[in-house]
Structure formats: C-alpha cells, structure tokens
Design a protein around this ligand. Structure first.
Ligand SMILES: O=C[C@H](O)[C@H](O)[C@H](O)COP(=O)(O)O
Length: 228
C-alpha cells in the first residue's frame, strides 16, 4: 500500500514517461521521484516497444536503469539530449528551480544543459512563490571547505556541511555539499552568479531559465504547467 506521497510520485512518473518517444536520448535525474519513475519508464518502453538511450545523473540512477534493462549512454557518444526528466526541491512562479536535496545537482545540471527539454516532476508542496524555504545545496571542493563555508556566510547564508563535520556526505563527484539557508531568493540568477564567483564552489542548486514543463501531482491527480 503506497502512502499519499508515494502515490503522488508514482502518478507524476506515469505522466512523465508519456513524453518519452522512440529513438530519444533521455537524461534521468536523481532523487526519490526519479527512483520511482525508472521502473515505470522500463514498463513504458516494453509496452510501447520503444528504444531509447539514457544518460543517468547519479550512480544510483545508473544502477536502477541497469536493473530495469534500460540502455545507457554518455557524453562520449552524445552531445545533445532530446529530453531530461528530473525532480526538484522547489519550483517558483517563474519556473526557476532549487535542486540538490539528493546530492546530484552538478550532474543534473550538466545533463539538463544538454537537453532540448527539461521536464520536472513535483508534488504540489514544492511550488513556492519565492525560492529559499528549502536550504540551497551548494557543491564545493572538500579542500578548504571551512573557508568556503565562511565566504558563503559572508554572502548571507547559514551554511551547514551535509552529513556533519565528522563525516561529511560525499557526492558522486567526490565533493561536499553545504546546505545554505539564505532566506528568500528573489533573484536566483544573481545569487547563483555571486556563489559561482567564490573559489571552491563547484555548482549551485539554482537552475535558472532551464525548465519548460512542470508536472505537478496533488491527491493522485497530475496537472501540467508549461512555459509559454
Ligand atoms: O539532487 C537531487 C535532485 O535535485 C532531486 O531531484 C531533488 O532533490 C528532488 O528529490 P525528490 O524527488 O527525492 O524530492
């Protein structure tokens, strides 16, 4: 028996796989919504007799795709993707995203930047007027992380090392993540630019002007918001 949250993830995943067509190269993000969607995608491919190739954004997503027999590819073979399907931690009214709660923001952003369309799956609770309720994940180099955290604090954040100082969480890229509460982020592009200007910052979880379509689940029903 699925919980309400799981059912919402299942339904939005079912809606997302309908965007996958024969011959596509598809990026798959990371996180619990994507995890649930991978099996649905495998069933969709089988049922519709569709052949695709997938670029996964995390080692975990890669393992899941392999488990369900979904063919993989990478940037040694493709330059452009038709579609990227991913989750998000927050979506604002301008379709700007805050991502990285699952720790895969760098690879997700690389894949999304190579995709013609980024399709985001969320439940209603992730829609916000302004980004920033969820602490912003910032991927950083482990070397000198304490100094990078101080620089982020000088920019107004309250940075916390993910996993704790004794055993920091390590990303698939062998980096650390600072979860940074900035309060409201009215101008995501400007904050992103400031953070990227700091030595030691690899990437931020702000995905600005990348999304065209957001699928939103609520009470098991899915609605679609598309950017004009
Ligand atoms: O790094 C992880 C990703 O950005 C996820 O897409 C995001 O955290 C949403 O994850 P979930 O589907 O588990 O809420």
């Amino acid at each position: 028996m699925l919980t309400e949250a799981e059912n919402n993830k299942k339904k939005v995943g079912e809606a997302a796989v309908a965007y996958v067509k024969d011959g596509m190269t598809v990026g798959l993000g990371a996180g619990s919504t994507v995890n649930m969607m991978v099996e649905t995608l495998a069933k969709h491919l089988h049922k519709e007799n569709i052949q695709i190739h997938v670029v996964p954004a995390s080692i975990h997503t890669e393992r899941l795709a392999k488990k369900f027999g979904i063919p993989l590819t990478d940037f040694s073979e493709v330059e452009q993707l038709d579609l990227m399907i991913d989750g998000a931690d927050e979506v604002d009214q301008q379709f700007q995203l805050l991502k990285g709660g699952g720790g895969s923001l760098v690879r997700e952003k690389i894949i999304a930047s190579a995709a013609q369309e980024l399709l985001i799956m969320v439940d209603e609770s992730k829609l916000v007027a302004t980004l920033g309720r969820f602490p912003l994940p910032v991927e950083i180099l482990p070397f000198g992380w304490e100094l990078t955290a101080k620089k982020l604090a000088e920019l107004g954040a309250k940075p916390k090392i993910r996993g704790g100082e004794d055993k920091p969480f390590v990303t698939d890229n062998q980096h650390y993540i600072l979860d940074c509460s900035f309060g409201e982020i009215p101008n995501p592009q400007s904050l992103h630019n400031q953070l990227k200007g700091l030595v030691g910052v690899v990437e931020t979880g702000l995905f600005v002007d990348m999304v065209s379509t957001v699928l939103i689940s609520s009470d098991g029903e899915v609605s679609t918001l598309s950017k004009k």
